[in-house]
Ligand binder design. Structure first.
Ligand SMILES: O=c1ccn([C@@H]2O[C@H](COP(=O)(O)O)[C@@H](O)[C@H]2O)c(=O)[nH]1
Length: 273
């Protein structure tokens, strides 16, 4: 998907919501465990109930890898289902990959070609040659971790090197990578106050912002500092939406919570909030 198409979807739906498919067999409604593929059944029901309210889905790959071959098959079915039935959805593989160039190319092929995701999260710390292989794929987006939502972000990311915080160096230096127009960045919603300075370095880039909902980040604060002319934000909530209900009404419970967030986004977009 092109960035232009993504912006078109955001405008059409008045939503920049990304729903995280962090599907955990210990948390899904017990009646689904009888199904042949409970992970896929859960994802399918959530997607069918919420797709009109969001513009992106983000399976976190750890939740699939944790179940071995069965988990990977459920992931394959989920991305296949999205691409076949909701091709207008922007898909994010939250895998946080990155390695020496030769290996990064294989990761890129796995997620962009074999699974056909639109985008993939990447850790930046192995540097240029670990990131550039991902950037060579047309209309595929590499989402670099800049300033993450967790407490540990303060261990390294906000530390200064030669007078500049590491996360700012990641933003600045990566702008010089070949095909940098295919970059987006992760910034945690719990770090909303940093967004003003982040926007000074990457005014036009899309930011994937996890951390509203279960982690307590504020949508309003994220928008106040992070929104740009083309919106430029994909705000993710995973547990807060997909586990809104743990009963047979789980899909409508998820839709209800997604709608609550979408309405808040709509109010912000039309300038009412
Ligand atoms: O900085 C980061 C980067 C990634 N994540 C991921 O996003 C979701 C958030 O889930 P919630 O249930 O809405 O808290 C999850 O997959 C994380 O691994 C993040 O939270 N922060």
């Amino acid at each position: 998907m092109t960035t232009k198409q993504l912006v078109g979807q955001i405008r059409k739906k008045n939503s920049f919501l990304c729903i995280g498919l962090d599907t955990d067999l210990d948390k899904i409604p017990p009646h689904l465990l009888k199904e042949e593929d409970p992970i896929f059944s859960f994802n399918k029901a959530i997607i069918d109930a919420t797709n009109h309210l969001c513009v992106a889905y983000k399976p976190n790959i750890a939740f699939y890898e944790a179940y071995g071959i069965k988990g990977w098959k459920a992931l394959e079915k989920t991305i296949g289902y999205l691409n076949a039935n909701y091709p207008e959805q922007f898909t994010i593989a939250d895998a946080k990959r990155g390695d020496i160039g030769n290996t990064s190319t294989r990761y890129a092929k796995a997620f962009f070609e074999d699974l056909n995701f639109d985008s993939l999260t990447i850790a930046p710390y192995m540097g240029r040659d670990s990131v550039e292989p991902f950037l060579t794929f047309d209309n595929k987006h590499t989402i670099l971790l800049a300033l993450t939502s967790n407490e540990g972000a303060y261990d390294f990311q906000t530390e200064k090197i030669d007078g500049q915080e590491l996360y700012k160096k990641v933003l600045q230096v990566s702008k010089g990578y070949k095909n940098a127009e295919n970059l987006m960045y992760v910034v945690g919603a719990t770090k909303a106050s940093y967004l003003k300075e982040i926007r000074e370095i990457v005014p036009d880039s899309f930011l994937l912002v996890p951390g509203v909902g279960a982690q307590g980040g504020s949508l309003k604060e994220v928008c106040r500092y992070g929104m740009n002319k083309q919106v430029g934000l994909l705000v993710n909530s995973s547990r807060g939406i997909i586990y809104a209900s743990n009963d047979t009404d789980f899909a409508s419970g998820a839709a209800h919570e997604a709608e609550r967030i979408q309405k808040e986004m709509e109010a912000i977009l039309i300038g009412l909030a």
